[in-house]
Ligand binder design. Structure first.
Ligand SMILES: O=P(O)(O)OC[C@@H](O)[C@@H](O)c1c[nH]c2ccccc12
Length: 253
């Protein structure tokens, strides 16, 4: 059984225990427009992961999110899964309370109730993973998210999944360089797809740990990169984040 299948099994159980929660509906924030020009950093609050184990145990998430915003991040991603990533909706809320930039709820979302929680705890964007959902459910959840005021980042890993994502209106597409079934990471996953679809606005996700990697992705057409581990490992992430944001192949030996 793949890890993704295992995680989804856990989510099905978790969702069945989630009480309904109040939400205040808004309009989505037009995330796609914000990403169209320039090169953006989405920095992630990630305490641990199944593939890397503990990354940073004691983290003041509010403080770190503020540093990310000050250093120029366009959006903060917060892992809310507890079982596999040691995150929580409390983390999401703490971040949303202190930053002015959008906050992404990063979880394995399979049900409307999780979208309600994301909204309630302050997210303005939610992640939906194509590999985790039947295309019909992906459509339903995308529509529901937008109806309550959440923009959607849709995650793909190959061309077949990209075709499914391209059928959705007004979503930002992320290409995960990490295969969620094997944990293998390759930047070529993004580079190949971005070169074949030059008109699509893409976020390249995972495995970006150097300025050179960021520059390669930018050169290949990425509008944004999503960086978790590399920034979390920095005691002070400001400099690395600034360098990733202004990266250029010209300055790389
Ligand atoms: O820590 P990294 O390698 O920089 O990766 C960040 C982010 O892309 C990764 O956490 C991620 C991408 N898609 C996901 C889906 C679920 C959980 C986590 C993820």
């Amino acid at each position: 059984m793949s890890y993704l299948t295992k995680i989804i099994g856990t989510k099905i159980e978790e969702v069945s225990r989630m009480e309904p929660i109040d939400i205040t509906m808004t309009e989505p924030i037009a995330l796609l427009n914000r990403m169209r020009d320039g090169f953006h950093i989405i920095s992630e609050i990630k305490r641990s992961s199944p593939s890397k184990g503990m990354i940073r145990e004691d983290v003041n998430v509010a403080e770190r999110a503020r540093q990310y915003e000050q250093a120029g991040a366009t959006m903060i991603s917060v892992l809310t899964d507890t079982t596999y990533f040691n995150g929580s909706f409390e983390d999401l809320q703490q971040v949303a309370d202190v930053v002015t930039i959008p906050v992404l709820c990063k979880d394995f979302i399979i049900d409307e109730r999780q979208l309600d929680y994301a909204k309630h705890y302050g997210a303005s964007v939610a992640l939906l993973i194509v590999a985790a959902l039947h295309p019909k459910r992906l459509h339903e959840l995308t529509r529901y998210a937008r109806s309550i005021g959440l923009d959607v980042l849709v995650e793909v890993h190959d061309e077949a999944e990209l075709h499914i994502a391209l059928e959705l209106d007004d979503v930002l597409i992320g290409i995960n360089n990490r295969d969620l079934k094997t944990f293998e990471v390759s930047l070529e996953t993004s580079i190949d797809l971005m070169e074949r679809y030059p008109d699509v606005t893409f976020v390249s996700e995972s495995g970006v740990s150097t300025v050179e990697a960021a520059a390669r992705l930018k050169e290949a057409g990425a509008s944004a990169i999503l960086v978790g581990e590399a920034l979390m490992r920095e005691e002070n992430p400001t400099r690395l984040l600034e360098e990733l944001k202004t990266c250029s192949l010209k300055f790389v030996d």
